[in-house]
Design a protein. Sequence first.
Length: 337
Amino acid sequence: MSGATVLITGGTGSFGSTMARALLADDVAQIRILSRDEAKQDDMRRRFGDERMRFYVGDVRDQASVDDATRGVDLVFHAAALKQVPSCEFFPAQAVLTNVVGSQNVLNAAGRFEVGSVVMLSTDKAVYPINAMGMTKALMEKTAQAFARNAMTQRTVVSTVRYGNVLHSRGSVVPLFIEQLRGGGDMTITDPNMTRFLMSLSQSVDLVRHALVHAEPGDTFVRKAPAATVRSLAEAVALLLGREPGFSIIGTRHGEKLFETLLSREEVLRAQDHGDYFRVPLDARSLNYEVFFDDGSRRESDLEDYTSHNTERMDAEQVAAMLRVVPEIMLEVERAS
């Protein structure tokens, strides 16, 4: 990516900061950060102190501000989203405006200015969605696929990456567990048997890089990842702090699943194994009734979804070892010890 001009929407978040640091190391010509939060932009500007960074105050809901940030860009990483399940449940129309309409605005700008590649960041919650956040992310994915399907001759390659819990990203439960242990209280657990995929921020950047290099229009990429129960994750945090774990079971919250799904069985059927990753090519069949009523796939019933219940399972010691290589987590552990 040397010499490229890159736009990161929602770039002041956890992913954006990690991606920006990696891009600067790759000697890109310019990184543009588009976000609504001018305070976070100022903090990021001071923290990086690099003249190759450019900051655009704007909102993906506003086509004009997206156009201004996209003009002259080679690559786009679309991370801007409403990600919190509760806020999307209370304000689903707002989730639609950002996650669906905003994503369409990014695609419109990318096509208009002939951006080379757009990588859209999605979530496990888009697979069999049961909450507004997952539903709008699923529609974001469909929007990206429709763009690719309807514009196969355009220069812009649009792909999607999908992952589960990213350790120490915004909304991660690990900082909460650390704070609860530091205060001498019990860690609040929804369901001890609930499982979650675990990935570091650097691994999420690796997934995006893989998509950037290998994507054909409309592809979806998933990184293979281990999982752990919520109880094992809490025990791992207690191990890092040298504390005896205490739990308070609060029950599954509205909109939560017992386990995460990164690929549906229909996607597993079409997936290609890329070593550490799965690639799911775009289903580019024409939209006719035969596909839905007359043609079928005989193998789907023999396959399973790819979930946090049937992937590699880590115990508390293994999770603790994974947490130890995340600098942000260890810094919080040192402060709490």
